[in-house]
Design a binder for this molecule. Structure first.
Ligand code: AMP
Length: 459
């Protein structure tokens, strides 16, 4: 997954983008980058591996001059984790500079790439997003909106993008609206970014969402907009509300905190745990759901797991051995809370089951008498083709097991998942208009051609 940020109309464009990327760190921790374009049309890029603080140290900001900037945080789901695949991607073409930062996953990128290669194009990365850069450069239109419309014509799948064509900032969202993208204002400056928490960090105010199928151009303080593509049946990613977005953000027009609490309340209704002594969250992504579960069930909410905040998300590690070791590095149990108690552990999702297995052992070692696991989403049964990094189908613990078998594999006393209907109906703005493909198997597009045994790709 990825986070994108773009800003037009301030000499502090790079510094504000840098701050915005800090707020989007949860959306990608492998690489980060910023591109600015100055008043002479010269581009100033920085892209490097690591967290924002490592990839873009404060000392790197001053040389990034210009009143317009875009930035990106990346977790690779398409292509490998190398600096060639860091974003924003940038090129110089006959019309000047183009740069692009992408969140989502294009499902027909390999066909488009093959077509372009047939015509002589060469690529510098293995990312799906690079086809958009080529198409932007090849359009014959002078107008930036028309150029971007040309580039996106026939492109399938998920994209929330920010683009620079010289000093014009553009923002666009695919016609099904898979990934969030909002517009904000800071004084005379306009911002386009993945989540509202990136507006908050720079003291900007939310204007509105970029609409599915819309292209917005910001130039000389003016916002121009066109509905470039007809809106398709909406497929907003429900997993953004379940896990991915920050709870202090509003996405798809609704508070993530409210959504997670509602998921937790619904979970308590569907999967109560009578006789338990307390409920606790797997921090941090499940905190709000656990609050909702506690409110609805009347069980006391306790802090039974402490998370080390100085390492990244366990899942966001390219190798399995890295993930196993990091469960212990990331969490520790509070014996005083758990000893002799029957406990309800809330997590927002179970993917491979690696985290849960490690946690259940930890909770039992700390003296818990019974461990009842409750999950504030449905079983993840298939990969995401639209930008969330879920592994190959055969690596998913729920792809070939029923709930009892999963519970046994995890070593819990009982296991309860939220139903798909319960999940969709408790998310604000639901129950229709959401993509639940990774839970239901209802994929709204053809599979990506180069999908290798169910492996997701994209960003
Ligand atoms: P697993 O150990 O593979 O079952 O991973 C589940 C844990 O990772 C849960 O605690 C989730 O909060 C978190 N998680 C779920 N999906 C993702 C994802 N796509 N990327 C990173 N973390 C995730």
């Amino acid at each position: 997954m990825c986070g994108v940020f773009g800003i037009f109309g301030t000499p502090d464009a790079a510094a504000l983008t840098h701050l915005g990327l800090y707020a989007l760190q949860h959306r990608g921790q492998e690489s980060a980058g910023i591109v600015t374009v100055d008043l002479n049309g010269a581009a100033h890029p920085i892209r490097a591996m690591g967290l924002v603080s490592e990839a873009i140290p404060a000392s790197a900001i001053a040389p990034l001059i210009g009143d317009v900037a875009i930035g990106h945080t990346r977790y690779s789901t398409a292509g490998s984790s190398t600096v060639e695949n860091a974003q924003p991607i940038m090129a110089r073409f006959k019309g000047g500079v183009i740069a692009l930062a992408h969140n989502g996953n294009l499902t027909n990128a390999s066909e488009i790439r093959a077509e372009l290669e047939e015509q002589g194009s060469i690529f510098t990365s293995t990312m799906d997003s690079e086809v958009l850069l080529h198409r932007l450069a090849r359009s014959n239109h002078e107008d930036p909106i028309q150029r971007l419309t040309d580039a996106l014509e026939g492109v399938e799948g998920a994209y929330s993008i920010v683009v620079l064509i010289n000093q014009t900032l553009l923002a666009a969202r695919d016609p099904r609206g898979w990934r969030p993208l909002v517009l904000g204002r800071l004084g005379e400056s306009i911002i386009a970014t993945s989540e509202t928490c990136a507006l908050d960090i720079v003291n900007a105010t939310l204007l509105r969402e970029v609409q599915p199928g819309e292209i917005v151009a910001i130039e000389a303080g003016e916002i121009r907009t066109v509905q470039a593509f007809e809106v398709q049946p909406l497929k907003k990613c429900v997993f953004e509300h379940v896990y991915f977005a920050r709870p202090d953000s509003q996405i798809f027009g609704h508070s993530v905190d409210r959504a997670r609490r509602a998921l937790g309340r619904q979970l308590a209704r569907e999967c109560p745990a009578p006789g338990s002594d307390l409920v606790f969250a797997v921090p941090d992504s499940s905190n709000a759901a656990a609050l909702g579960y506690a409110e609805e069930s009347g069980l006391p909410l306790e802090l039974a797991l402490i998370r080390n905040h100085y390492i990244g998300r366990t899942f966001i590690q390219p190798t399995q051995s890295g993930r196993i070791a990091k469960v212990k590095v990331k969490y520790n149990a509070v014996r005083e809370v758990l000893d002799g108690r029957s406990v309800v552990m809330i997590d927002d999702s179970i993917v491979r089951g690696t985290t849960t297995r490690g946690l259940v052992k930890m909770i039992r070692d700390a003296g818990a008498r019974e461990v009842h696991m409750r999950v504030s989403s449905a079983p993840v049964t298939g990969p995401c083709w639209y930008g969330i990094d879920t592994p190959r189908k055969e690596e998913l613990i729920a792809s070939a097991r029923n709930v009892t078998e999963i519970g046994d594999a995890l070593g819990v006393d009982s296991l309860g998942y939220l139903s798909i209907d319960g999940m969709l109906s408790s998310v604000p703005g639901g129950p229709t208009g959401f993509c639940d493909a990774c839970f239901s198997g209802n994929y709204p597009t053809e599979p990506p051609a180069d999908l290798v045994s169910g492996r997701a790709y994209g960003c």
